[in-house]
Design a protein around this ligand. Structure first.
Ligand code: MG
Length: 159
């Protein structure tokens, strides 16, 4: 068994969609970024790549590569899961925390879990997403940013 950790944050700006865990959430601003800016999926990807010895999101999906401009991050997560599967690594569980002041994301958590599980080809019961706020503190608390933290456990191929 190997544990991985992932973290990501994005600035929230007007004129961009807010996408978390592959779910588009109605809001007056969204993540700035080269891709769709899905901070939750980006943190999940890093939490999976690390323990599999596969580097990190930036080395696998370069942010300056034209092919990843405005890319749906779910595609990157599917590619990541396929890379782990090719190594015989099994994803045991993925535990996520999303820190965002507004809007309330709790109504979307079930769908986030369902999509993340689908993209990783694992049971939804193995994926958890917790919604937190920053209690009005710092850039997250003022509504100008979103962050995500993820811990993943993977089981390596026997032998
Ligand atoms: Mg990111």
């Amino acid at each position: 068994m190997r544990a991985g950790i992932g973290w990501d944050s994005h600035r929230l700006v007007p004129g961009r969609p807010l996408v978390l865990g592959g779910v588009r959430i109605p809001h007056d601003r969204g993540e700035e970024g080269h891709s769709d800016g899905d901070a939750l999926i980006h943190a999940v990807i890093d939490a999976l790549l690390g323990p599999a010895g596969l580097g990190d999101i930036g080395s696998n999906f370069p942010p300056d590569a034209e092919e990843y401009r405005a890319v749906d991050s779910r595609l990157l997560l599917k590619k990541t899961a396929a890379m782990l599967a090719a190594r015989g690594a099994r994803i045991v569980n993925v535990d996520c925390v999303v820190i965002i002041e507004r809007p309330k994301i709790l109504p979307h958590v079930a769908e986030m879990r369902r999509r993340l599980a689908e993209d990783m080809a694992i049971d939804v019961e193995r994926v958890t997403v917790k919604a937190k706020t920053a209690e009005g503190l710092d850039s997250i608390g003022s509504g100008d940013a979103v962050a995500a933290q993820v811990v993943a456990l993977i089981e390596e191929a026997a032998g």
